[in-house]
Design a protein around this ligand. Structure first.
Ligand SMILES: [Zn+2]
Length: 112
């Protein structure tokens, strides 16, 4: 009789709410921030010479290789902000278009 009393006392201690999930925490602010986009700028489409080109700006921190600019045939040094452009003709598919991408000086692309 008396033992039962102490047992129930222990069990009371054990009854701690374990799944106390906070409700209403779904207030994420849209999509997670994409650092890469913030540093390199947004991909955009430009129209030149009757074609559509995808243009992707490359930030200085992302430019880690040397490229040859097709506009002036001079090199784009690593660490120089520039852009990548490729034609969206789509005949050979997106993957082919992207494989044809070229790195341009910003200035050369503008006057291309
Ligand atoms: Zn150039």
């Amino acid at each position: 009789m008396c033992g039962l009393g102490s047992l129930t006392g222990k069990e009371l201690v054990l009854v701690v709410p374990r799944s106390n999930r906070p409700k209403g925490r779904k207030n994420f602010e849209g999509e997670p921030l994409d650092i890469e986009r913030l540093t390199t700028g947004f991909r955009r489409t430009e129209h030149k010479h009757g074609y559509s080109y995808t243009v992707q700006p490359i930030g200085a921190s992302k430019a880690q290789k040397m490229y040859t600019c097709p506009g002036c045939n001079l090199s784009i040094e690593p660490g120089v902000e520039h852009l990548v452009a490729w034609k969206q003709d789509g005949i050979m598919g997106d993957a082919h278009d992207v494989s044809e991408r070229r790195h341009w000086h910003k200035h050369c692309w503008r006057i291309f």
